[in-house]
Design a protein around this ligand. Structure first.
Ligand SMILES: NC(=O)c1ccc[n+]([C@@H]2O[C@H](COP(=O)([O-])OP(=O)(O)OC[C@H]3O[C@@H](n4cnc5c(N)ncnc54)[C@H](O)[C@@H]3O)[C@@H](O)[C@H]2O)c1
Length: 254
């Protein structure tokens, strides 16, 4: 059972739009005291004004102390939501690979490094990782995204199994397509794989709140992902052949 969020201190990174903004609105509606972060200061300010939050713009990796100070020294819930939809193959630019690691994985690690000592001391804290179904499966045409989202999932899983007996709750939110700027930017692969079953950012926020109430680690706003994930584990070659058919369909349509 999730404790009341009334008066709890919550940080959402990458909350200037899309899923992060929907999470911020949902936490604000639940009575949380909120910090809204985004690299884009204007978008952060706009969502902060709408939700009664404090805007702390900047890179998600660099704002942990400032966000905590803005909330009076304590963070109850950290939503590591900022992400980069880094497409490309193994040959993607080194800068693309580095940025994907930095935002999609290391921002989560850095937040945990700053938060865990206090959380372990008081025996409570909640870490919400916006991963992706690409962290459980794989996204066509996007090696840096798929690899780093697997990393984000692995880190969330590691946090959960390491600290669950010490009062730390972790949630890995793994949607497929969500109608945000990121889906638009995903181009033809997004059109083929994600758009047909895309949901709204508010649906992701609803799924997180249901998952928190049920104390679930893995949160699947698209329930069918559970079946794909099970199929991948049970029959890897069959799963890879199916995915390769999608790859070929994508190549033929480009
Ligand atoms: N849209 C989808 O289909 C989808 C599906 C699965 C997972 N996700 C994940 O959901 C999260 C949110 O994505 P979205 O769809 O809302 O995308 P979005 O592009 O609408 O929002 C992402 C926000 O993060 C901000 N941002 C980027 N880098 C940042 C950084 N270093 N520090 C702070 N803010 C930064 C951007 O300015 C933007 O406002 C991402 O982690 C993404 O990988 C999205």
């Amino acid at each position: 059972m999730v404790e009341s969020l009334q008066g709890r201190s919550v940080v959402v990174t990458g909350a200037g739009g899309g899923i992060g903004a929907a999470l911020a609105r949902r936490f604000a509606a639940a009575g949380a005291r909120l910090v809204v972060n985004d690299l884009d200061a204007d978008r952060a300010a706009s969502v902060a004004a709408e939700t009664g939050a404090t805007a702390v713009p900047g890179d998600a990796s660099a704002i942990v102390d400032e966000a905590r100070d803005a909330l009076g020294g304590t963070v109850d819930v950290w939503c590591a939501n900022a992400g980069l939809a880094s497409g490309g193959t193994e040959a993607a630019d080194p800068e693309v690979w580095a940025a994907a690691w930095d935002v999609n994985v290391m921002a989560h690690v850095r937040a945990a490094q700053a938060l865990l000592p206090g959380w372990l001391e008081r025996g409570s804290g909640r870490f919400v990782s916006t991963v992706s179904a690409a962290g459980l499966l794989t996204m066509i045409g996007a090696a840096p995204y798929s690899v780093t989202k697997h990393g984000a999932y692995a880190f969330a899983e590691w946090l959960s199994l390491t600290y669950r007996h010490r009062g730390i709750k972790v949630h890995a939110v793994c949607p497929q397509g969500v109608r945000t700027d990121m889906l638009t930017a995903a181009g033809s692969a997004g059109e083929l794989v994600l758009a047909p079953t895309a949901i709204e950012p508010e649906d992701v926020a609803d799924a997180l709140f249901t998952g928190m109430a049920e104390d679930r680690f893995l949160i699947l706003p698209h329930p069918e992902v559970a079946g794909y994930y099970a199929g991948r584990a049970a029959e890897p070659d069959r799963w890879l052949t199916t995915m390769n058919h999608i790859q070929q369909k994508w190549e033929a349509g480009r």
